[in-house]
Design a protein around this ligand. Structure first.
Ligand SMILES: Nc1ncnc2c1ncn2[C@@H]1O[C@H](COP(=O)(O)OP(=O)(O)OP(=O)(O)O)[C@@H](O)[C@H]1O
Ligand SMILES: [Mg+2]
Length: 378
């Protein structure tokens, strides 16, 4: 087992103008499950491949344990990688597929057999050891690919979208298996996905990348509660956080008829820079429905005494998932029509075309600088 350190690791592909990965700085603890997530092309695979030794590092360093591996070939790094396209050898049995790397390394036959059987037990593959890959389901093949990595007893597991060949249901069960397997084996793991739900459910910590630049590395809970910038706020969470640009006023930030309390110093800093607006974020589940149809009363500060409290959302679509219902609607903010998503009680779903009055729950609003995207609220 080992720690992993990306120390300002940078990769510039030949002929490229800007780095595919720009000064990546992450310290991964021994035994940790770290997930790299971000949109297509943000540099996830490049980061993983630098750690694997499959891609040059143009500046900075990579360490595994206390070894600087920046310029070591892949075979000397003591890592095992599971790719999206795990391509098992079709003419070999499951057992031979799993033991292949050990055979190449000259490990005695009896020892290979022992390790393969142990791994098969962990992965629930014992009864398939003599089969060929084509006689396995997608999920079983994926587990063989995991087995190939496990038998090598590496210091670090690297996985690049290992579940993307599986259908939606199998992905969910397999991601739970991989996460619990990793915890049982305690092997430091770096896992790449573009799926934020996968990232949030599997990782001890999640690192969000955008355009080759690390945006935030944090526990799933903290990332969700305190996204560091607008990009992370919009990327993590489904349906996404509502983000609305609003004018800065005295005493806070005006959002519809409510004044959202915010860190005054932060807003002042934004105003001092010349910003006239900030961007307020509210997750769909953090709205309180204060009335439907007509006006409603609330304790929130109002523009004028007779204006209905909160934001009037005209309901365009209601999406029911069974456990939850999401209202998609439009709202007038600062004379402009904005889209808003609000989670409502699945037992009290409003009609399409009706008006819903909502207020953001106190303490559940996020404020970001419109110009830089940086988080301004605490
Ligand atoms: N061999 C290469 N030569 C030149 N540019 C490359 C090479 N591989 C990747 N890139 C570029 O580097 C950037 C990062 O690519 P990378 O494969 O790391 O993205 P990713 O986050 O893994 O994306 P995806 O989710 O689509 O797999 C992209 O802009 C890509 O076009
Ligand atoms: Mg990739």
């Amino acid at each position: 087992m080992a720690t992993v350190q990306f120390d300002k690791a940078t990769r510039i592909y030949p002929g490229a103008e800007k780095p595919a990965v720009d000064a990546l700085d992450i310290d991964i603890a021994d035994g940790e499950f770290l997930v790299l997530v971000g949109p297509s092309g943000c540099g996830k695979s490049t980061s993983l491949r630098m750690l694997a030794g499959l891609e040059d590092v143009n500046s900075g360093a990579i360490r595994i344990g206390d070894r600087d591996v920046t310029h070591l070939p892949p075979k000397d790094r003591d890592i095992a990688m599971v790719f999206q396209n795990y391509a098992l050898y079709p003419h070999m049995t499951v057992a031979d597929n799993m033991g292949f790397a050990l055979k190449i390394a000259g490990v005695p036959k009896a020892e290979i057999r022992k390790k393969v059987e142990e791994a098969a037990k962990i992965l629930d593959l014992t009864q398939y050891l003599d089969r060929k890959p084509k006689a396995l389901s997608g999920g079983q093949r994926q587990r063989v690919a995991m087995g190939r990595a496990i038998v090598r007893e590496p210091q670090v597991f690297l996985m690049d979208e290992p579940l993307s060949n599986l259908d939606a249901k199998l992905r969910v069960s397999t991601r739970t298996q991989i996460a619990s397997l990793q915890r049982r084996l305690g092997i430091t793991t770096v896992y790449v996905t573009h799926d934020q739900v996968e990232a949030m459910t599997m990782g001890d910590r999640v690192a969000v990348l955008k355009d080759g630049v690390l945006q935030q590395v944090d526990t799933p809970r903290h990332m969700y509660d305190k996204p560091a910038n607008l990009f992370v706020a919009g990327f993590i969470g489904s349906p996404a956080m509502n983000l609305v640009e609003v004018p800065i006023t005295d005493g806070g930030v005006k959002f519809g008829n409510s004044v959202v309390p915010v860190n005054r110093e932060a807003v002042k800093a934004a105003a001092d820079k010349g910003d006239r607006t900030v961007t307020v974020g509210v997750r769909p589940e953090h709205f309180e429905v204060v009335g439907e149809g007509g006006s409603a009363s609330s304790s929130l500060s109002k523009d004028s005494a007779d204006a209905p409290a909160g934001l009037a959302v005209s309901v365009t679509v209601v999406e029911e998932t069974g456990a939850d219902a999401y209202v998609y609607g439009t709202v007038e903010v600062g004379g402009e029509s904005k889209e808003l998503v609000v989670r409502v009680d699945s037992r009290a779903v409003p009609e399409k075309g009706s008006t819903l009055h909502v207020v953001p729950r106190p303490g559940e609003t996020h404020v970001f600088s419109t110009s830089t995207g940086e988080r301004l609220s605490d």
